[in-house]
Design a protein around this ligand. Structure first.
Ligand code: MN
Length: 712
């Protein structure tokens, strides 16, 4: 025992006094948690020489002042036992249940993070990470109480440690407290850190403020008296009016970052008026505007439109005596509690008034929704998710398989995540898993998901990705890749088209002289043959026209050149397109149409559109299928059937039995539902494959007729 006997009883009394808002059995549980912590930390001392247990008790007191629930108080008492004593998580689970154990575990994990970087951008990431790591918002509240007490008792620490903790507090924890609307805690954290990090500036500023306040006293009481009298005469005599003092760090920040001179900051007289209802907030506004003239365009209604952290108040600026500005904040008691304790105030409110105002109702509803959600799911993940959505509505947080956090803009998809991890991952991804479930690359991300990307060295970006990539990083990488890909493909295609066109003139590309090529480039005003091929491949120049030009520039050879039509394999990439009007399949006689800027569009020779296009012979070219084609080709088939129960399933089964992939099914009723036309969009390997599918379909009793799209 390092404490004298009875010491542990004395220590608990300090906390016990603050717990009257809880039920007796909850207080018993808290006492049991206290005893466990007391025993676990026995023999340990703080730098100041006090027994260690004073620290968790102090943290618990901070939370009890905010009237937090019993689990949070217990977690505060136990917050250092996993990290610093032999007590493990299982002991806490056994004695106090999973919820308390998870809270303690969450605080321990936060304590383990090293906040190393000083960069502002990095600090923001750390703040978000703290929020994302704390699956239950109460973890943060315990952590803040822990940090507050550590900041209050920094004295005994070695100086470099003091500096590190103060810096971390100013960069990470004070802004988090502010974001959660907990102004009281954030202000105290800022003041303590400021005093520690910049002791001289703190001292000078403090004295300057003290002096200025002395000078201001007369004016301050003049304004205050005017306000008090004005309200006393009004129908709102019970309004609470108080002067507001700016705290030192906020003055310092204003001077430093906004370059406002000290005198100007001190010359603002700030008041707060607290009333009992929203209605009376607006009435008070009327009263102060009658007492002092308002400064135009300085009125803000945060009651109608609350700030992101839930802050509500009316703000107005008035012309005071000698033209000095008076800043006035007007709000209800509940709003004031919210402005002081923020998110913690949600635990504070109990329904005990039959005159419930809208804002209070909304605040209660908010907590109720969150708590209900938490109870319903049994996990607190969604709880923090909903809070986080309120905090960062425009961002989504997901995890890599290793547990790293990535933040992406709202609406981001798996492909954005892949590029956020690494450009190579994006460029080579083929599929993905969200929480171990296979998903398409277009899936939208939801907070808290773990995303795994599957890559393949042969995979390449696909133009369709641009339909769902949201981040500029993903979009620019995909575009860049497609552009260079298209360029090399267009060179290859252009070269083949030119060869083909030259063969009509019994010329061979490889037999052309350097001289002839040089002249050709001069004539076409292009820098290189690659550029010329690319122009042809993209359809900007017609191969027949270029071939004509060449004929004029070179000698004829009499050797007949046997150049076969260009062969289509199905794997050409972005410059060969298959026309949707006739959906050519390997085995169909085909013809190509040059499509300016896009390459070649392949049609079936029987296509109705071709007749029209043949009027531009320069744009038409004979094509053939390669010996071996690869991949699957889109085709659409209409099946006329007798409308019977289950017929759709039978048809679909027959198609997949024939190894075709169905993309889409449409059904259209005929003669009052007796018959129907089922339209299947599917992918097949060839015309023969399609014939096999049709054969399967024809064997079905209900099938009357089968027709292929693009066939007259
Ligand atoms: Mn601690």
């Amino acid at each position: 025992m390092t404490c004298p006997p009875g010491e542990h009883v004395r220590l608990f009394k300090k906390l016990r006094r603050k717990l009257d808002y809880l039920a007796p059995q909850q207080i018993d549980l808290i006492e049991r948690a206290y005893i466990l912590a007391f025993e676990a930390h026995q023999g340990q001392k703080r730098r100041s020489g006090e027994p260690y247990i004073t620290h968790p008790v102090a943290a618990a007191c901070v939370l009890a002042d905010m009237q937090m629930d019993a689990q949070t108080i217990m977690a505060a008492l136990l917050h250092d036992v996993i990290e610093d004593t032999s007590v493990d998580k299982q002991v806490i689970i056994d004695r106090f249940g999973m919820e308390v154990a998870e809270l303690v575990d969450g605080v321990s994990k936060l304590t383990q993070i090293e906040f190393v970087s000083r960069a502002e951008a990095q600090a923001e990431n750390f703040r978000k990470m703290v929020l994302a790591m704390s699956r239950d918002i109460r973890v943060i509240l315990v952590k803040l109480a822990d940090r507050l007490h550590n900041m209050r008792t920094l004295e005994g620490m070695p100086s470099n440690k003091q500096q590190r903790i103060a810096r971390e507090t100013l960069d990470i924890f004070a802004p988090i407290a502010k974001r959660l609307g907990m102004r009281e805690i954030s202000v105290e954290l800022e003041e303590l850190s400021f005093a520690m990090l910049y002791p001289m500036r703190y001292k000078i500023l403090k004295e300057a403020v003290k002096r200025a306040r002395g000078d201001r006293k007369k004016i301050l009481s003049l304004i205050e008296n005017t306000l008090q009298e004005g309200f006393a005469k009004s129908d709102l005599p019970s309004a609470m009016i108080a002067g507001r003092e700016k705290h030192l760090y906020s003055i310092y920040r204003k001077m430093k970052h906004r370059h406002v001179p000290f005198n100007e900051i001190m010359d603002v007289y700030a008041f707060r008026i607290i009333v009992d209802s929203i209605e009376n907030c607006y009435r008070s506004l009327g009263i102060v505007h009658q007492l002092f003239k308002p400064v135009p365009e300085r009125f803000k209604d945060y009651i109608a439109i609350p700030k992101a952290n839930g802050y509500q108040s009316l703000h107005t600026t008035l012309f005071g005596p000698y033209g000095l500005p008076i800043e006035v904040q007007i709000r209800t008691t509940e709003m004031d509690n919210m402005a002081t304790s923020g998110i913690a105030a949600h635990w504070l409110y109990k329904t005990n008034s039959n005159d419930i105002r809208e804002s209070q109702l909304r605040a209660e509803q908010w907590v109720k929704n969150l708590l209900e959600l938490q109870q319903r799911t049994g996990s607190s993940l969604e709880f923090i998710e909903s809070v986080k959505v309120d905090l960062f509505p425009e961002e989504v947080y997901v995890f890599t398989p290793k547990g790293d956090i990535k933040s992406l803009p709202g609406g981001a998809t798996v492909i954005d995540f892949a590029y956020a991890v690494h450009t190579d991952i994006g460029n080579h991804c083929i599929s993905a898993k969200i929480d171990r479930q296979a998903v398409p690359l277009s899936s939208s991300l939801v907070n808290g998901q773990t995303i795994e990307i599957v890559t393949s060295s042969t995979a390449r970006p696909n133009p369709a990705w641009l339909d769902f990539a949201v981040t500029s990083k993903a979009r620019s990488h995909i575009r860049h890749f497609l552009k260079s890909q298209q360029h090399s493909e267009s060179i290859e295609l252009g070269k083949q088209l030119l060869k083909k066109a030259l063969s009509e003139h019994s010329l061979q590309l490889k037999k052309l002289t350097e001289e002839a090529l040089k002249n050709l480039l001069e004539e076409t005003k292009l820098a290189s043959m690659d550029e010329l091929y690319s122009e042809i491949g993209l359809g900007h120049r017609l191969p027949t026209v270029v071939a004509q030009q060449m004929v004029g520039l070179t000698e004829h050879s009499d050797e007949p050149v046997d150049e076969k039509p260009l062969a289509i394999q199905g794997t050409e990439g972005m410059l060969i397109h298959f026309a949707d009007c006739c959906q050519p399949l390997p085995g169909d006689p085909i013809v190509g149409i040059l499509d300016s800027g896009k390459g070649i569009r392949v049609h079936r020779e029987s296509c109705q559109h071709i007749a029209k296009l043949r009027r531009y012979p320069d744009r038409c070219m004979p094509l053939r299928w390669a010996e071996k084609t690869e991949g699957n080709f889109k085709t659409t088939v209409q099946v006329h059937v007798v409308n019977e129960r289950g017929v759709l399933a039978i048809l679909a089964l027959a198609i997949s039995d024939a190894e075709a992939d169905i993309d889409d099914i449409g059904v259209e009723d005929q003669d009052g539902g007796m018959h129907c036309i089922v339209t299947f969009t599917m992918h097949v390997k060839s015309r023969t494959h399609l014939a096999r599918v049709a054969r399967q379909l024809r064997q079905i009793r209900q099938v009357r007729k089968i027709s292929r799209k693009g066939t007259a």
